[in-house]
Design a protein around this ligand. Structure first.
Ligand SMILES: *[C@@H]1O[C@H](CO)[C@@H](O)[C@H](O)[C@H]1NC(C)=O
Ligand SMILES: *[C@@H]1O[C@H](CO)[C@@H](O)[C@H](O)[C@H]1NC(C)=O
Ligand SMILES: *[C@@H]1O[C@H](CO)[C@@H](O)[C@H](O)[C@H]1NC(C)=O
Ligand SMILES: *[C@@H]1O[C@H](CO)[C@@H](O)[C@H](O)[C@H]1NC(C)=O
Ligand SMILES: *[C@@H]1O[C@H](CO)[C@@H](O)[C@H](O)[C@H]1NC(C)=O
Ligand SMILES: *[C@@H]1O[C@H](CO)[C@@H](O)[C@H](O)[C@H]1NC(C)=O
Ligand SMILES: *[C@@H]1O[C@H](CO)[C@@H](O)[C@H](O)[C@H]1NC(C)=O
Ligand SMILES: *[C@@H]1O[C@H](CO)[C@@H](O)[C@H](O)[C@H]1NC(C)=O
Ligand SMILES: *[C@@H]1O[C@H](CO)[C@@H](O)[C@H](O)[C@H]1NC(C)=O
Ligand SMILES: *[C@@H]1O[C@H](CO)[C@@H](O)[C@H](O)[C@H]1NC(C)=O
Length: 511
């Protein structure tokens, strides 16, 4: 008994000592003037749930008061463990609403190395020039936070920056709230030589790409989508040794071509869609062994796809639609076993055999529409059960649709319009595709047999778009009776005769 009591005293004393030690330690850690600056910063905003547009956002500083006087233990705040100065402040997604300017108490935190204010609403304030005085910053993230106006030249003083993210500063009426002057872009690229992540998507940059960018050899990720860039894209940027992620999408006046790629590059994601890039894909594209995404849709590419693309065995996404590619052979696709998404639509491919896709069991989206692809309808396609999107429309496929098409249980879009498919098509088969939303069978040579199952079957898909133009239907498909989510219905030239059933007029409410 006595021993357990003294044990109790001992343990209590120990806790008391630890507590006192922590208290004294705490008091030495956070600097008083920095605590006041943080509290003042907090007071300068109102909290608005809508400001962060993110369901998980919450004001990180709500608990600051209850988290004690040591500001170094406050949520979102980190201090240097020896000097006690605040070196890191993360108030991203904190529902902050209000403006910020160069007199903000934020700029009294002069030791900051990391500053993240992304996903708030700074009410169209300009980016404060005083940021340029936080000379130790290595990380600056003001993404999606409703800043507007010119990006101050003072940012060029932040020569330690490795992450700089000003992307997605837009609102409903203005896709580009921020603007970067051509000369300032040049200064940034000359001075910020340690940049690894440069994200300026949706910043208005009325400029070509400054030569100095090709000198920033530390770059890992470059996002310049929707910037209004023009001129010729520098080939040397493709050769930056650490570059993994490049996106210049939606810069219609930016031209360029893909260069000869060296071996040993790191590119994983290459997005140049909706630009004026042109020319052919180089054979050396086969050296991009790490490539996972190639998105070059809506450009001005032409020529053959080099078979070396079959070397890109990590490729998940290949999007080349709306170009002028041609070619008769597609066999190299059979190596690309990881592919989940392929879009070759609106080109001039004349494949007569697409069985190279038969083994790509991970395919979820396959779009080959609007080419001149021929051959009989690929019956093996019914093995690709991951497919959610299948568009073979506007080609020259012939033969009949196998009844095993009902195995594609995940299909949401199925389009085989404008081919020369024939034979009898049983509607029952199609109606087994429960998740189907978009169906077009128009302009083939089928005879479509109406469904035989109970037309009030609740497992029928609920379509939003249905095209059965020129399908030799003869009678109104009874399953239409329950299609109350239809927005588009095309039954033109379907040789339907007899009476129009009365229930069809019910549908018109949704159409
Ligand atoms: C946001 O800006 C508007 C217009 O300048 C101003 O009237 C309003 O008070 C500002 N709101 C906040 C919370 O700063
Ligand atoms: C900066 O903002 C504060 C509070 O929002 C305001 O009182 C002050 O006048 C502003 N200073 C300048 C220079 O605009
Ligand atoms: C940056 O710091 C200098 C020196 O302390 C000061 O004179 C200047 O006003 C500051 N700049 C801004 C924009 O606050
Ligand atoms: C900027 O912050 C947001 C929100 O925390 C984050 O999603 C984004 O990845 C950050 N950007 C960079 C380049 O780290
Ligand atoms: C570029 O950096 C140098 C030194 O780091 C600095 O003196 C100069 O002012 C910076 N240029 C601009 C335009 O900020
Ligand atoms: C964009 O830059 C070009 C040439 O540099 C110039 O002629 C044009 O006026 C600028 N447009 C805008 C809107 O600033
Ligand atoms: C790129 O770096 C080289 C070597 O440091 C230098 O000579 C050249 O002027 C730089 N180019 C630009 C455009 O800054
Ligand atoms: C390709 O880029 C376009 C932008 O031009 C984008 O809308 C689309 O989602 C991208 N596709 C893929 C699969 O990344
Ligand atoms: C494709 O891979 C083969 C075998 O690994 C290699 O010999 C060939 O050089 C590669 N082709 C290209 C263009 O990288
Ligand atoms: C696309 O390239 C062709 C030549 O290959 C050229 O005639 C045409 O003007 C280019 N179109 C655009 C929009 O650049």
């Amino acid at each position: 008994m006595a021993s357990s009591f003294s044990h109790f005293i001992f343990v209590s004393l120990l806790f008391l000592i630890i507590y006192l030690f922590q208290l004294s330690f705490q008091q030495t850690l956070c600097h008083n003037e920095e605590r006041l600056a943080l509290l003042q910063l907090k007071e300068s905003f109102v909290i608005e749930k809508h400001a962060s547009g993110n369901p998980f956002a919450y004001p990180k500083f709500n608990l600051w008061k209850s988290q004690g006087i040591d500001c170094c233990s406050w949520e979102g705040v980190w201090c240097d463990q020896y000097t006690g100065y605040v070196i890191s402040l993360d108030l991203s997604s904190s529902c902050l609403f209000g403006s910020i300017n160069s007199s903000s108490s934020l700029f009294r935190l002069s030791h900051l190395q990391y500053l993240n204010l992304a996903f708030n609403d700074f009410n169209y304030s300009e980016i404060p020039a005083a940021l340029g005085n936080l000379s130790r910053l290595t990380y600056l993230n003001l993404s999606a936070s409703i800043f507007s106006g010119h990006i101050p030249l003072e940012i060029s003083k932040l020569s330690e920056l490795s992450v700089f993210d000003l992307s997605y500063n837009f609102d409903y009426s203005n896709p580009r709230l921020l603007e970067l002057k051509s000369t300032d872009f040049k200064s940034l690229m000359q001075n910020l030589t340690k940049l690894e992540y440069l994200h300026l998507s949706y910043v208005k940059i009325n400029s070509s790409i400054p030569d100095a960018m090709a000198n920033v050899s530390s770059l890992i990720s470059l996002h310049l989508g929707n910037c209004g860039l023009f001129g010729k894209f520098l080939t040397a940027i493709f050769h930056l040794p650490k570059l993994e992620y490049l996106s210049v999408v939606c810069n219609w006046d930016l031209s360029g071509s893909l260069p000869e790629f060296p071996f040993h590059n790191q590119l994983r994601i290459l997005q140049i869609s909706r630009t004026s890039f042109s020319g052919e894909l180089p054979i050396s594209i086969g050296r991009l062994g790490s490539l996972e995404v190639l998105n070059a849709s809506c450009c001005n590419f032409s020529g053959l796809i080099p078979p070396s693309i079959g070397n890109l065995t990590k490729l998940l996404t290949l999007v080349l639609h709306n170009n002028s590619f041609r070619g008769e052979k597609a066999s190299f696709f059979s190596n690309l076993t990881q592919l989940a998404r392929v879009s070759l639509s609106f080109n001039q491919f004349t494949f007569s055999d697409i069985s190279c896709f038969a083994g790509l069991s991970r395919l979820q989206r396959l779009n080959l529409c609007s080419n001149q692809i021929s051959g009989s309808f690929p019956s093996w396609i019914t093995n690709l059960t991951e497919l959610t999107y299948l568009n073979l429309g506007a080609n020259m496929f012939r033969g009949s649709l196998p009844s095993s098409i009902s195995r594609l249980k995940n299909l949401k879009t199925f389009n085989i319009e404008f081919n020369t498919l024939s034979g009898v098509l049983m509607f029952d088969t199609i109606l087994e595709l429960r998740y189907l939303k978009y169906l077009s069978l128009s302009s083939n040579k089928f005879s479509v047999l109406p469904e035989t199952r109970n037309i009030t079957n609740t497992t029928f898909p609920k379509l939003t778009e249905l095209s059965l133009g020129s399908c030799n239907l003869r009678v109104f498909p009874g399953f239409l009776h329950d299609q109350d989510e239809l927005e588009v219905l095309d039954l033109s030239s379907s040789d339907i005769y007899g009476q129009i059933p009365n229930w069809i007029w019910k549908l018109s409410k949704t159409l």
